[in-house]
Ligand binder design. Structure first.
Ligand code: ADP
Ligand code: XUL
Length: 529
């Protein structure tokens, strides 16, 4: 292929839409982003979402995401991207969220006119104006009923890779069906955020891919098809509303004429199935078996490549986005960037530089102080609130600013290590962690990560691994799944050693991990979480 060929990847994350373009040599040639709060203030989101008064329901409007696509394509045009060079497009999106297309919506998608923006033409397409997103935790009772109906949490986890979770799509769909049956019946298609975005580029409904589909509690991850028992317990006529799931590398078709006429894309430009942001990050970090990746974004996630299915009641097992025969393991922590930003604002006047200086000014182990900070009900551990312990394991009201900053970062990584070990993640002496996401650019934070896990931490030149992963998957989709993903790289992506563990790391954090486990158990027991 000529050097002019490019691949376009998108990422609809919680707070922004990102785009990256790579050439055939896999070098980044263009990138752009649209912030939902800052660039689309008319939607009045905070952090890209609406947090409802019940403090449990969290939604976002799909029409805002569509407007963001209209804007980012204009931005890429202004940036000089020759759309005719794009051979394939793929995308990543926040997982679990669901979009409800109204009866007749596909007909509207077929007839969009190239002289108008998409958001102007697709206003009337949704039976639910706002989509539930991954931060939603309003469905506890539906989760319980769903687990019971399927035969218990272990059975559900064996079929779908996860026990029932509030943010997973099955309980969200069950809630919609039971609380708004008219809306449910008026829905002709349910998309994940990823397949919703692919739908825009095809102008007809895109299937859900197996990897993001594994985050729904509806897919039999062994049979690679919807599980009849899960569908039946969830809601009626669901199979037809979900469409047929496809392997993640599937070429879904060619780009819709709208984009050819409006932006000058080639008629041959292929749309590769879009997937979840964590599966896309597995591609974007070029993760090797045995290594672990940690993404520090709006949510913090820990993930690794699994060659065989390993059932667990705590984490999630997803179909692997790069090869249908393998799996990936995922742990998600809700209280990532927003909690770090709160402590930064309280202790460091909103400055990351000052935050890092405070972190660096305190010793490893933080004089024996330990902190746990959860603004929202966490997934693992199931806790909410702030807890500060002194060296004698006594709860205290406050820490000094520098101790608070270190307690937050050490506490976040101690929790990750404890829970990753609980679900069987092991990291050997020769392993490494690849850190990605917005906070992976912060050297002081990455040093604590390296110390707590006692392994070297590497970062990529480009911290948006989900978006990069989407562009890489666009190329891989054209080559086909049987062409091994890692074979695409003449040389591996450049990873930079960002932090090496200190010599005394094991000595300090070994005992602290044990204390953290005990203190976490104590808080969960005392508060009846
Ligand atoms: P998303 O999950 O939305 O894709 P990103 O991976 O893009 O999130 O990360 C965005 C977050 O990165 C911001 O919310 C911000 O809190 C955090 N961030 C950006 N720069 C820094 C920094 N220097 N130190 C710590 N966190 C940072
Ligand atoms: C993963 C999860 C989040 C979202 C948002 O289970 O809920 O990481 O994908 O990015």
């Amino acid at each position: 292929m000529s050097q002019d060929v490019t691949y376009l990847g998108f990422d609809i994350s919680t707070q922004q839409l990102k785009a990256v373009v790579i050439n055939d040599a896999l070098r980044i040639t263009h990138q752009s982003s649209v912030s939902f709060d800052l660039d689309l203030p008319e939607f009045r989101t905070h952090g890209g979402v609406y947090s409802h008064d019940d403090k449990l329901t969290v939604t976002a409007p799909p029409i805002m995401w569509i407007k963001a696509f209209d804007m980012i394509l204009e931005k890429l045009k202004l940036d000089g991207l020759d759309f005719s060079s794009v051979a394939a497009i793929s995308g990543a999106a926040q997982q679990h969220g669901s979009v409800y297309w109204k009866k007749g919506a596909e007909q509207i998608l077929h007839t969009v006119l190239p002289n108008k923006f998409l958001h102007e033409q697709l206003q009337g397409c949704f039976s639910m104006r706002d989509s539930p997103v991954w931060m939603d935790s309003s469905t506890t009772s539906y989760c319980k009923t769903f687990e019971r109906g399927v035969g218990g949490p272990i059975m559900l986890s064996q079929i779908t890779g996860s026990r029932a979770y509030e943010r997973f799509t099955a309980s969200q769909i069950a809630k919609l069906h039971q609380t708004k049956p008219v809306v449910y019946n008026n829905t002709e298609r349910i998309s994940l955020v990823s397949s919703f975005a692919a739908t825009l580029f095809l102008c007809h409904y895109a299937p859900i891919d197996l990897s993001d589909g594994s985050g729904m509690n509806l897919l039999d991850i062994h049979l690679k098809d919807w599980s009849d028992v899960c569908l039946e317990v969830c809601a009626p006529n669901l199979r037809e509303k979900l469409g047929v799931p496809v392997p993640s590398s599937t070429v879904l078709g060619t780009i819709a004429p709208y984009f050819v006429d409006r932006y000058g894309f080639a008629e041959t430009c292929k749309i590769i199935a879009f997937t979840g942001d964590n599966p896309a990050s597995l591609a974007g970090t070029q993760l090797n078996k045995g290594d672990m990746a940690i993404s520090l974004g709006t949510s913090d996630t820990v993930f690794l490549w699994l060659t065989e299915y390993r059932p667990s009641l705590d984490g999630h097992i997803l179909c692997n986005p790069l090869t249908s025969k393998d799996f990936m393991a995922l742990l998600c922590f809700k209280n990532g960037s927003f909690t770090r930003e709160r402590i930064r604002d309280d202790c460091a006047d909103g400055s990351w530089q000052l935050f890092s200086d405070l972190l660096d000014s305190t010793p490893r182990g933080n004089f024996g102080n330990i902190g746990m900070y959860f603004d929202m009900m966490e997934i693992v551990p199931p806790m909410i609130g702030d807890y500060r312990f002194n060296r004698n394991n006594e709860l205290v009201q406050r820490f000094s600013k520098e101790v608070e900053v270190r307690a937050l970062i050490e506490g976040q990584f101690l929790a990750k290590r404890v829970h990753a070990e609980n679900v069987g993640f092991t990291i050997g002496s020769k392993s490494k962690i690849i850190a990605t996401g917005g906070a992976s650019a912060n050297q002081a934070i990455v040093q604590v990560l390296s110390d707590v896990f006692n392994v070297p931490v590497y970062v990529l030149d480009f911290p948006n691994s989900a978006c990069l992963g989407a562009a890489l998957r666009a190329k891989h989709g054209l080559l086909g799944e049987e062409f091994g993903f890692h074979k695409m790289f003449e040389e591996p992506l450049k990873l930079h050693l960002s932090a090496k563990p200190a010599k005394d790391a094991a000595e300090i954090y070994g005992p602290m991990l044990l204390r953290y486990r005990i203190l976490e158990d104590r808080i969960i027991r005392e508060n009846d979480f």
